[in-house]
Design a protein. Structure first.
Ligand code: PLA
Length: 438
């Protein structure tokens, strides 16, 4: 660079408010705090669910209560590591033959086989006929994303229908996977139940071949599931129109306390011999939230197709995160393959589900005792981790401000975050919110 070029560059940089280069630093543009490459960025809002925990953590109040994220708490309000998980971990630590090598792209083979068995049933013909491919993914979210990416690349119909409302991350996951997201009617605020007619109409007018996201059980956020008869009608309609089911199974065992009962919807669709996708999460039912362990299964028509699907899933996964982590999947496999540990797990799982159900009754009774206006029977009728209270965003804001109770602004509360000692505080807050606020 000549000296006149240098002075012109210096003038340009000064014009832009950047210090000009000295003769010793002309090879690169200097960086300056005033001119970050990212200075145009706006502050992004917090996540609507995980951001509730951020706000909760900042609140110094001793009576604060986090009913935002769906994370199980004990009666003492503490996170729970299942006893059977501790046992499995101890067993893994004691096994000196275990190493930290990379897993294959599709994850731990044993984990994949056992996960398919857990959701489809031990006697599933699809498994027996090798028509299922299962890949270990990063919990439920990662499984949904890998499934979405796969469909975006290889499925002819890139429209996915998600229920209205649904878990807030669904539209983001599928949009970023390259799918076009549409909604189908699901919840009826008037009855606080399923809008079954609306659901059938919307799926009935969906373009042939469209993907349909279904919550396998314990619908989030509404806690409203179709009955088995309704599932059967949904199945018939979807199969007749060639709609592709994509099940999100994030709460197997949490809805009823029974792993098989909570897999009924999925098994119904697999029993007819048709194809489907299933995303499984062990975050809630094994309490492995932060271990990020889950699986994506794709049930295909034939073993030959399943093999080719798996080969393509590997091409999706390899450039995303190469291969999944080993620890969580090893815990799950250790528990699922050992009859004694499996039984212990089902007992602990049932205890978590029962505690949540008992919280529903306690909250309902507490509101009844206060004479809180309104019909609160949906608290008892809804299923799974959450109650969709029907409280509006002003009432939620009031409860957070006046009672330090944190929940998502759509009025969803995590029943798993409640305990016998905090239920009165919540009932007081709801009572005050419906009688004084919004
Ligand atoms: N699918 C549904 C329906 C969910 O509710 C959640 C978690 C996931 C998938 C993903 O869970 P995972 O990736 O941890 O396995 N929903 C939580 C947490 C519990 C969250 O938002 O991330 C919730 O509070 O809604």
């Amino acid at each position: 660079m000549g000296s006149s070029d240098r002075s012109r560059l210096g003038a340009l940089l000064r014009h832009l408010g950047v210090e000009g280069p000295t003769s010793s630093s002309i090879s690169a543009f200097p960086t300056s705090a005033a001119h970050s490459a990212f200075s145009h960025l706006l502050q992004a809002p917090e996540d609507p669910i995980l951001g509730v925990t951020v706000a909760f953590n900042k609140d110094p109040s001793p009576v604060k209560l986090n009913l935002g994220v769906g994370a199980y708490r004990t009666e003492e309000g503490k996170p729970l590591v299942l006893n059977v998980v501790r046992r499995a971990e101890q067993q893994l630590v004691n096994d000196r033959s275990r190493v930290k090598e990379y897993l294959p792209i599709v994850g731990l083979a044993e984990f994949n086989k056992l996960s398919a068995k857990l959701i489809f049933g031990a006697d599933s013909p699809a498994i027996r006929e090798n028509r299922v491919t299962t890949v270990q993914c990063l919990s439920g979210t990662g499984s949904l994303r890998v499934g979405g990416e796969f469909l975006g690349r290889h499925y002819h119909q890139r429209i996915i229908y998600i229920p209205l409302p649904t878990w807030g991350n669904h539209p983001k996951v599928f949009t970023l996977a390259g799918l076009s997201v549409k909604t189908y009617r699901y919840y009826d605020p008037a009855t606080r139940g399923l809008n079954f007619q609306g659901l059938l109409e919307d799926l009935g007018t969906a373009p042939s071949g469209a993907i349909v996201l279904l919550h396998a059980c314990a619908h989030n956020p509404t806690g409203v599931d179709p009955t088995l008869e309704q599932w059967e009608q949904i199945r018939q309609l979807m199969r007749s129109k060639g709609l592709l089911p994509f099940f999100d199974s994030a709460y197997q065992g949490f809805a009823s306390g029974n792993l098989d009962a909570d897999a009924q919807s999925v098994r119904m669709f697999v029993a007819d011999g048709g194809e489907c996708l299933v995303a499984q999460s062990y975050a809630k039912n094994m309490g492995l939230y932060g271990e990020r362990v889950g699986a994506l299964s794709i049930v295909c028509n034939t073993a030959d197709v399943a093999g080719r699907v798996e080969s393509q899933l590997k091409l999706v996964i390899r450039p995303m995160y190469s291969n999944p982590p080993i620890h969580g999947a090893s815990i799950v496999a250790a528990i699922l393959k050992d009859r004694d540990m499996y039984n212990e797990w089902t007992i602990e799982l049932k205890a978590m589900a029962d505690r949540i159900i008992s919280m529903r009754h306690q909250l309902f009774d507490a509101l009844h005792a206060r004479g809180t206006p309104g019909d609160w029977s949906h608290i008892i009728k809804q299923i799974g981790m959450f109650t969709f209270t029907g409280l509006n965003s002003e009432q939620v804001a009031f409860m957070t401000k006046e009672f330090h109770i944190y929940m998502t602004s759509d009025g969803r509360i995590s029943m798993a975050g409640l305990s016998s000692t905090t239920v009165a505080h919540l009932a007081d807050a709801i009572h005050a919110a419906v009688t004084h606020a919004g």
